[in-house]
Structure formats: C-alpha cells, structure tokens
Design a protein around this ligand. Structure first.
Ligand code: DUC
Ligand code: ZN
Ligand code: ZN
Length: 468
C-alpha cells in the first residue's frame, strides 16, 4: 500500500522547530512525515524555491451579520471562505451574533444554516453576547461552551451590543466557570456618544470625523476598564483589534503586572491612517476606510510594529467586516452622507491579511518567518482551542498548508480578489511574497489564481479550550 497520497519535495518548511529544507508527506488528509522521502505517491509536488507554511487561521471575521435596517454585509459564507482560501487561510472563526432578546441556541442554529454547504475552508464560530439574560448566562452559554463554542465576544460600545460594567462582570464570571475565553471590543460607549453629538452639533459630518468621535483615549480607557474587570474576576481576556500606542500601553502595563491578557491587531493598523478617512478633500471616499477602532497615526503604526516584533501581540487577524461602497445597502447609501455615524464600521481584509503581513513584515525584515507563522496560524489555533489539529506543520495535524512564493511581486487589486465587497482599502499596495497555493486537509483547493476544488469541502470544527 502507498505510504503517501502527496509528497512535497524540497520545500522550505516552517515547523515549530524552525526552518528546514526537506520533504513533506501527506496521507488521508493528515501530515504523515517530515524529512527526506524517497517513496512513491499519487502526487509529487516540486516545492524548490517555495516556502511551505501551515494554513492561515483567521480568528476574527464577520460574515452575514445583521448590521442595521438598511445595511447589508457584502459576504455570505461562500464568498468569505473563498476569499479567505485565495488569501492563504484554511480556517476562519466568524461570529454567531446574538440579537437582543434572542435565544443564543437559536442564534447558533441560524448561523449554522447560513454556513452549511457553503464553506470552502474549515470554520468555527465565536459567539457574540449582546443580551446576557439569566437564561443566557445560567443555561445557554454554559451548555454551548460544553458543546465546543469556547470563546465569545462582548462589546463596550454600540447601541445594539453594548454591555454595561455589571453585565461585563457577569459574563466574565460565566467564562471563569466554563473556562472559555472572552474577546473584548474595548471602546467606551458614553464617551463616543458625547463626542459624536459634539461633532454633529459643530456640523462635522464627513467620514473623517468618525476617527475623532472615537479617539485613542476612548479605546485606552475601555481597555484599562476591561482589563481591570478581568483582573477582579481573575480570568484571561483578549483585547481585540488594538489600534495604537495608547491601548497598547495598557496591555503592556497589565502584562508587566503579571495579569494574563492577550491581544490582537490587524492589517488596517499597520497600513492605514486616519488621513485615509479624509478621502479626496474630505469627501465621501473616506468612508471606504471607516472601521472601529479607526486607523490612527504613524506613531501608532510604529507602536503596533513594536508590539508585533517584541511579542506583545499574540495574534494578527483580519477583522474582515465587509460592506460594499457603491450599493444601496452599503457605505455610500442614501442617508449615510448625512453623518459619519451612519457609515457602517468595517472593511474587507480576509484575503489580504497574510500577503500584507508577509510583505510588510517578513519581506521587509521586520519580523522573522517563524514569528509570522506564530501570529497568523499557531497562536490563533492555540488561543481558540484548535491546536494541534490546526496551526502547525507537525505529524498528525491536518494537512492544511499554504505554499508561498517569497519572490513574487504583485499589487493588491480589487479585480483579483474574491470577496463580496466592491473595493479594497489596499488597492495598489505592492506586495512581495504571495500565497500561491492553498491546501485543505491534503487537497489543493486553490492554486495560481484559480479554485481547483469547486465544491465546498470546508467543515464546521467544534473546538476545545484555549492552550495559549
Ligand atoms: N468591531 C469589529 O470587531 N469589527 C468591525 C466593527 C467593530 O466595531
Ligand atoms: Zn469589535
Ligand atoms: Zn470585528
């Protein structure tokens, strides 16, 4: 009997032990050997001059979430997972978002209906808790945690999602009991409302003012408050989408004190600035860059790089939250021009996350390739209970692989992307180093710009507990 279905010959393989130029064998969808292989296989791939990395794990993705009465997200599960695959990711973690008054179980069922038979890559849900009722906290959340929904997000802002401090503490208490991990969107609700009203009263309505309505101090204050509440309850939390030096200073402060806090940052905080929201002369083009927290300044970009380099950040996710620009349910829809506050907060990025960090980080020699793998695959898999099935090239793991050409130079172009948005905020950004093939459980699903597998072979993955 044949020992391998596929062998990659002579690739530069990044494992947890470092770099090695060698061969990799796959059998039945699993990595079955790493080392010189002279065996036969149905497929032998020459990987000379290429790098083999574990498939990307994108731990922060929004798909098909209700986003207000006249707004629609641009991706369904099919387009989002195709886009992720084309960008070198093999697992994503989108949210099942509870609406106020909704049963959490029902919410999870609804998202499964949306996802079933529509997944190009493996997928698992975080929950969003917007209504921590006694039923949710006492029964549904504990039961779902035991069923493999081992992480959930809470918001400190947004009318439809915000939890007050008492509710945050209650949710943290359940997380402690169930050993689940809470992701916190840290921006202060009341301060944002205060600043928004002030700006509107002054007639400052253009998309640029979105940034001024939620400045760094708003994020810094909420980050400190979330960390302090977590310290009181004695649980680790994840501060997601950290945008700049102010919030980062709180994370460093906590880590120095020995408080267990994890942190995530995203491509927009190393590639965009608040000036992008000015568009051309403060026009509505700026709406293309509106996300929350907003992009900051060059000093913040520098601080974010330091956090990526020195190990302060644990993971690098896309926070893919796609809207169309020119669409009656998108950013530039009737009504949105009356105030920045009606511009949906979010930008697409699931397909560009890995190329951007590879190019800006590895190719420009800011971070090592091992750190790249840690931030984009191994740590997200460990953090959210997917490891060692996902996140690493090791014998026994799923053969989820991304094959990189480190010398390929190309520009990001909307016309080449697979997401449902009609624009990318990174148009024309030059990238050195591209993920040219994506393999899911031993099958090449995407290669050289084309989908090889046209049916949806992604599976829903039930998760264990965090091991980070
Ligand atoms: N928070 C996110 O995590 N994504 C998009 C918008 C937001 O506020
Ligand atoms: Zn958020
Ligand atoms: Zn998000």
């Amino acid at each position: 009997m044949q020992k391998f279905d596929t062998i990659f010959k002579n690739g530069e393989i990044i494992t947890e032990n470092g770099k090695e130029k060698t061969d990799l064998g796959i059998l039945n969808g699993k990595i079955s050997a790493i080392g010189i292989l002279n065996d036969e296989a149905s497929v032998i791939e020459d990987a000379s001059n290429l790098i083999i990395l574990p498939g990307g794990v994108d731990a922060h993705v929004h798909i098909d979430q209700p986003s207000g009465p006249d707004v629609e997200m641009a991706d369904n599960f099919q387009t989002a997972t195709m886009s992720a695959a084309a960008g070198g990711s093999t697992t994503i973690l989108p949210f099942a978002m509870q609406e106020k008054g909704q049963s959490l179980r029902k919410c999870v069922e609804d998202y499964h209906k949306k996802a079933t038979n529509n997944l190009y890559i493996d997928t698992s849900f975080h929950l969003i808790i917007s209504d921590p009722s006694p039923q949710v906290l006492g029964q549904e959340l504990p039961a779902l945690a035991r069923d493999g929904y081992t992480s959930f997000k809470v918001f400190m802002t947004y009318d439809d999602l915000v939890l007050n401090d008492a509710e945050l503490l209650e949710v943290f208490e359940v997380a402690k009991k169930e050993k689940t991990l809470v992701m916190v969107h840290a921006e202060g609700y009341d301060a944002i409302r205060y600043l928004t009203k002030k700006l509107e009263d002054e007639g400052k309505l253009a998309p640029y003012y979105h940034g001024l309505s939620r400045p760094q101090i708003v994020e810094r204050e909420a980050t400190h408050r979330a960390i302090s509440h977590a310290e009181i309850v004695d649980i680790p939390i994840v501060i997601v989408h950290v945008s700049g030096n102010e919030a980062l200073s709180q994370i460093k402060w906590a880590k120095n004190k020995g408080i267990k806090v994890f942190s995530e940052t995203c491509p927009q905080y190393i590639c965009l600035t608040e000036d992008d929201m000015k568009g051309l002369n403060m026009d509505f083009e700026g709406a293309k860059y509106v996300c929350s927290p907003p992009p900051r300044d060059l000093e913040s970009q520098k601080a974010i790089w330091e956090g990526l380099i020195d190990g302060t950040f644990d993971i690098f996710s896309s926070d893919h939250c796609p809207f169309k620009f020119k669409d009656k349910k998108g950013k530039d829809r009737p009504g949105a021009r009356t105030s920045f506050k009606w511009v949906p907060n979010g930008i697409p990025g699931v397909e560009t996350r890995l190329p951007i960090l590879f190019s800006e980080g590895v190719s420009k020699k800011r971070i090592t390739i091992e750190r790249f793998v840690e931030l984009t695959s191994t740590n997200p898999a460990k953090m959210y209970g997917l490891y060692p099935q996902k996140g690493s090239i090791k014998v026994g793991a799923d053969a989820d692989l991304t094959i990189w050409d480190p010398n390929k130079i190309a520009k990001i172009k909307q016309s080449n992307l697979h997401h449902g948005s009609d624009y990318t905020p990174y148009e024309n950004l030059e990238i050195k180093g591209w993920p040219i093939e994506t393999w899911l459980r031993g099958i090449k699903i995407f290669g050289n710009g084309e989908f090889i597998i046209k049916e949806n072979m992604g599976k829903y993955i039930s998760r264990g507990f965090s091991s980070l």
